[in-house]
Structure formats: C-alpha cells, structure tokens
Design a protein around this ligand. Structure first.
Ligand code: DAT
Ligand code: MG
Length: 148
C-alpha cells in the first residue's frame, strides 16, 4: 500500500493543531504507520529541503523548520500521496481552498502548518530520512474493510 510522509510544522505544533490534523487523515480512512515528535537538526532540514537550496527563502525555511518541535508521520492508503496534498491545500495559504488544512489554518507561505511529500520518489526519500525501519509499524485494522 502507498505511503507518504507528513509533518506538522513548528507553527502547527505551537498552535495546537496536531490533533486536528491527525484526525483528518484518520477519519479519511488512512492508516498511521509511524509518528513522532522531534526537533529537526539543521543538517536534516537542509537535506530534506535540498531541492530549494538555491531559493532566496532557503535560509528562512531551514531556520523555521528547526525552530521548534515538529510532529512527523507516515500515513498509508490508496493514493495517499496525492490525496494528502489535496487535503493540505496549496503551498501558499492565500491560494488554499477553504476546507483544506492550509486554507483553514494558514495565512502566510512561510508558516503554512504542514509538509507532505509531493511524489512517490519524495515519499520514499523523506520516509527514509525521518524514520528508521523499526519505527514503521505493520498491523491490521479491521475497520479498513469499511473503507475499501
Ligand atoms: P510544498 O510545501 O507545498 O511542497 P514547496 O516544496 O514549493 O511547497 O516549498 C517548501 C516550503 O518552502 C513551503 O511549504 C513553504 C516554503 N516556501 C515556498 N515558497 C516560498 C516563498 N516564496 N517564500 C517563503 N517560503 C516559501
Ligand atoms: Mg515540496
């Protein structure tokens, strides 16, 4: 089953949004495979956001994502990578539809509450970057028979 990497950013943690965000993916019908509260070190932040290293906002981005704890998660389900991106909304909260996470809770692009992998390649890379194999749990959930 497809897996994606999602992360409540430091602003979301400070603003008490871990529960709401986690709840959205749970209620949708996805399965949580791993989760942890962690503080990201600068080297990990730079590697995670490597594709943006030449952008003018890179320093600000690394500074922000390392500024406080994040809640890192791996979610599993059919088409979860693309659907989670839809549930997050556009990168800039001003363009994000109401009802999406960024549309409901974000105001500026620099503090947009949540990260989510944008492709299966990014998902594989980011899951490996943030989680050890042993931290990902394989288990059965009976109620998934009512999802699929
Ligand atoms: P996304 O997080 O939707 O995948 P991205 O990969 O283009 O977006 O950018 C990564 C993060 O960088 C984004 O969540 C917020 C920040 N960011 C993007 N564009 C920015 C900009 N123009 N100014 C400041 N921060 C920006
Ligand atoms: Mg991205």
């Amino acid at each position: 089953m497809e897996k994606t990497f999602l992360m409540v950013k430091p602003d979301g943690v400070q603003r008490n949004l871990i529960g709401d965000i986690t709840s959205r993916f749970e209620k949708k019908g996805y399965k949580l495979a791993g989760a942890k509260l962690m503080t990201i070190k600068e080297a990990l932040a730079e590697e995670h956001y490597g594709e943006h290293s030449d952008k003018p906002f890179f320093g600000e981005l690394v500074g922000f994502i390392t500024s406080g704890p994040v809640f890192a998660m791996v979610w599993e389900g059919e088409n979860v990578i693309a659907t989670a991106r839809q549930m997050m909304g556009a990168t800039n909260p001003k363009d994000a539809a109401a009802g999406t996470i960024r549309g409901d809770y974000g105001v500026t692009v620099g503090k947009n509450v949540i990260h989510g992998s944008d492709s299966s390649e990014s998902a594989d890379r980011e899951i490996k970057l943030f989680f050890d194999k042993a931290e990902l749990i394989t288990y059965e959930k009976d109620n998934l028979a009512w999802v699929y």
